[in-house]
Ligand binder design. Structure first.
Ligand code: 5RP
Length: 233
């Protein structure tokens, strides 16, 4: 099965949640990009919505496909946020941030009446953690913060405790987020207690945000080769 087709099918099913006049959070990543392009088609057909992008990349795409946008500073409430995920467990806890947009994604999700998570069905897992947990950190003192994230992995009984600075490109330069920060990837292998890890990470000075989204999404759309399955918590 093509993962991209499944992502497209999930994105298409999310259009059912969009009504005329809504303010819509626009997620980041390849699945969200499908949704933004489909939303652009609907806008060209006459749908009136305003989008709130969660990254500079999504902002650029939304502008290209003609989705009218609002600045986050113009927004007090968002009707529905549609965003992807790297992992989703049966309690609808998410790991996000594979694309490094976790901070803006979480701000937009938390400001939304509803977060609709769209993903291909391979993202549905029994236990979170096979996908490394992204943690956005300040550049200042990142090596000290990394040590403390490492300690949290050990203290909370994760199967793995390797934590690495995310780098990219031929020269392995650190990835810089839209907010000007670094991203650490915590290779936990298995997150036994996501709530405890989320709390402990949020207590570390230098951690700007972590990629555990807990209690934010009650609707998950899993795209398949044919169609999509809508799950509600
Ligand atoms: C970006 C994210 C993405 O939603 C997540 O990485 C999923 O990406 P994709 O839709 O490309 O599989 O959290 O920060």
């Amino acid at each position: 099965m093509s993962a991209d087709l499944a992502k497209l099918n999930a994105a298409r099913a999310a259009l059912d949640f969009i009504k005329d006049g809504m303010v819509v959070g626009l997620g980041t990543g390849s699945t969200s990009a499908h949704f933004v392009r489909l939303l652009g088609e609907r806008v060209r057909e006459g749908l009136r919505v305003k989008g709130v992008p969660t990254s500079e990349a999504t902002k650029q795409l939304a502008e290209q496909v003609g989705v009218p946008l609002l600045e986050i500073s113009q927004v007090t409430s968002i009707d529905v946020d549609v965003d992807g995920a790297d992992e989703i467990d049966p309690a609808f806890r998410l790991v996000k941030g594979g694309g490094g947009a976790l901070l803006r994604e979480k701000i937009v999700a938390a400001a939304s009446k509803e977060m609709v998570t769209i993903a291909d069905e391979t993202k549905w897992v029994d236990t979170l953690g096979a996908f490394p947990l992204p943690v956005e950190v300040t550049r200042f003192g990142f090596n000290l913060t990394l040590e403390r994230v490492h300690q949290v992995m050990r203290d909370t009984g994760c199967a793995g405790d390797k934590v690495v600075l995310r780098v990219a490109g031929k020269s392995n330069e650190p990835v810089i987020t839209d907010g000007g920060n670094y991203v650490l990837d915590a290779h936990a292998e298995r997150l036994c207690d996501p709530e405890a890890i989320a709390f402990a990470l949020s207590q570390i000075p230098g951690v700007v945000e972590h990629g555990l989204f807990i209690g934010l999404s009650r609707t998950v759309i899993l795209g398949k080769a044919k169609g999509a399955e809508v799950k509600r918590l």
